[in-house]
Design a protein around this ligand. Structure first.
Ligand code: PMP
Length: 390
């Protein structure tokens, strides 16, 4: 895409333009906020702030409307083909969303002897809730089957051969991730559906995809999409679960039983508006191109190993490609030290084991994660600093 257009988007992030000496390369941890989101928060708090769902006056009614309209906004953003049937539940983020499904919904779905598929190399937030359900329902013979994802694999995808052999008539629920938070691979969700058949429920951790690429539930045959507002340019403490509600019981946790995060919901509505106007397809093209530039550069530096998803963008098949996340490590320099060295040059990256499940131990590394406000110049500068350490 033309660089001019994206620099116009970059110009809308005050924290980015205010710090030209720094390069924010940690958007997988949290994304920066455009002016439109900051304005929406200010406007909500100075014109409308009230509690939702219980009012007899204008501000309260407007707040209730905001919450209901944002549910519809989330459905539209996710390209929901059947918004009359689906449900949106607001949460504080992906972690709480996945927990809510595990705690309030999954036990109702499962019958004796049913199996849950859990991806072992996913974010911890997408592992522990399902293990707890197994523990809770062990007396009913409910058990977890582990979906492997060997990180040495060039593809950075789930092991679909293993999935084909562990999937069977008892497979009732599958936890999966849309874009992996360490390897950056855009997972083959269609292949998961093919392996587990039409009746199993698929729950998608979309923490790293919503806001980064088009996420269409019309195209993906999944039952839940769970994401965090703060990674999609809204405020921390906002997030949503989208539920298709065609397989298993209705998804209706909580209702109006407490005070929702109305400011967070206002920010989420504004963030989704902003993202839609910017164009998730355009954001994807840009971050994929930046990630390819970085991986191509790293490939020429012998001291570095890229983790997972090693195929270049040109070679990657259309369904398995690297999104804007590149994780690597240096042959000799500890990843924590490398993160520190990079920050001394103004680069903000993530360096640790990235909250992964059992695979975390093996993947201590530096992660660069990109968004619409990053530039080719930042990537080139990062590569030249990395080259001096090689
Ligand atoms: N899943 C994935 C794939 C993530 O990357 C993250 C955040 N790093 C989470 C879940 C948890 O998100 P949150 O902390 O916003 O609840």
């Amino acid at each position: 895409p033309p660089i001019e257009e994206l620099s116009a988007l970059r110009a809308q992030f005050p924290i980015i333009t205010g710090h030209p000496e720094l390069a924010y390369l940690d958007s997988a941890a949290t994304a920066q906020k455009p002016q439109a989101v900051l304005d929406a928060v200010q406007t909500y708090l100075t014109t409308t702030n009230a509690n939702a769902g219980r009012g007899t006056y204008t501000w309260a009614n407007r707040t209730t409307d905001l919450v209901e309209q944002t549910r519809d906004r989330v459905k539209r953003f996710l390209d929901d083909p059947d918004p009359q049937r689906s449900a949106v539940h607001f949460t504080s983020g992906t972690t709480e969303g996945l927990r809510t499904i595990a705690r309030d919904w999954l036990p109702e779905l499962l019958a004796d002897g049913d199996e849950i598929v859990v991806p072992v190399a996913d974010h911890q937030a997408n592992i522990s809730p399902w293990l707890e359900v197994q523990q809770q329902l062990a007396g009913q013979g409910v058990r977890v089957r582990v979906l492997p994802m060997p990180y040495q694999r060039a593809s950075g995808d789930y092991d679909h051969t293993a999935l084909a052999s562990l999937a069977g008539p008892r497979t009732r629920f599958v936890a999966a991730t849309h874009v992996h938070h360490v390897y950056g691979g855009d997972m083959n969700i269609h292949r998961i559906r093919d392996a587990v058949g039409p009746d199993a429920v698929i729950c998608l951790d979309a923490a790293q995809s919503v806001g980064h690429l088009p996420v269409s539930v019309a195209a993906l045959d999944v039952d839940f999409v769970v994401f965090s507002g703060h990674k999609a340019m809204a405020l921390p403490g906002s997030g949503a679960v989208w539920a298709r509600q065609t397989r298993g019981p209705a998804f209706a946790p909580g209702g109006w039983s407490g005070t929702p995060n109305t400011v967070g919901i206002a920010s989420l509505a504004a963030a989704l508006d902003w993202l839609e106007a910017a164009g998730p397809d355009r954001i994807e093209r840009w971050t994929v191109a930046l990630a390819a530039r970085l991986t191509e550069g790293l490939r020429h530096l012998d001291a570095y190993e890229i983790l997972g998803c090693q195929t270049s963008i040109a070679a990657a098949s259309p369904v398995q490609r690297r999104q804007g996340i590149v994780t690597f490590r240096h042959r000799d320099i500890d990843s924590g030290d490398l993160g520190f060295i990079l920050f001394s040059h103004g680069f903000m990256v993530r360096s640790d084991s990235h909250c992964q499940g059992s695979a975390g131990e093996k993947t201590h590394s530096v992660r660069v994660s990109l968004h619409v406000y990053n530039t080719e110049e930042e990537i080139d500068r990062l590569l030249s600093v990395l080259a001096t350490l090689g």
